[in-house]
Design a protein around this ligand. Structure first.
Ligand code: FES
Length: 150
């Protein structure tokens, strides 16, 4: 589906700019330069204005995410139970820091707020699938399984 098809049902009103960005983000996982230009053309506004909106809202990403998005919960319960250790172990294993994607475009690491399953803290989600009660050994086992499956 082209970007035009994605949002051509929207009124060309600026109030729909965020909606168009959300549609692109949902489909592609990020807003590429090409999509940014398409959106600017569609709403007849300067690309720099679209860029400004994207940078204002944390939900929009400008870089292509990896195949697997690892979301490390840093909500209160997970923070207390060692979310920073989880992030460090992932960084050690995959060589990526928060917000980064590895060279193979396989894993993207991000820190998120509460994933809604605090009783399982510390928790991560990989492409939305939740893993809880993590310790170093169980975490590495999960990461290596995803690597193998890729
Ligand atoms: S604080 Fe991590 S799941 Fe709620």
């Amino acid at each position: 589906m082209s970007e035009k098809t994605l949002f051509n049902k929207l009124d060309k009103d600026r109030s729909n700019l965020i909606k168009a960005l959300q549609m692109v983000q949902e489909k592609e996982g990020y807003v590429s330069n090409e999509q940014l230009t398409n959106i600017a053309d569609y709403f007849i506004i300067p690309p720099v204005e679209v860029e400004g909106v994207i940078s204002f809202y944390a939900q929009f990403k400008r870089t292509k995410p990896g195949k697997y998005i690892i979301s490390v919960c840093d909500g209160t319960a997970c923070h207390i139970k060692g979310a920073n250790l989880i992030s460090n172990w992932i960084t050690d294993e995959l060589g990526i820091n928060d917000g980064e994607t590895d060279a193979e475009d396989l894993f993207t690491l991000e820190t998120v707020a509460c994933l809604g399953c605090c009783s399982l803290a510390p928790v991560i989600a990989i492409n939305g699938k939740v893993f809880g009660n993590l310790e170093r050994k169980s975490l590495l086992k999960i990461l290596r399984r995803y690597k193998k499956e890729a």
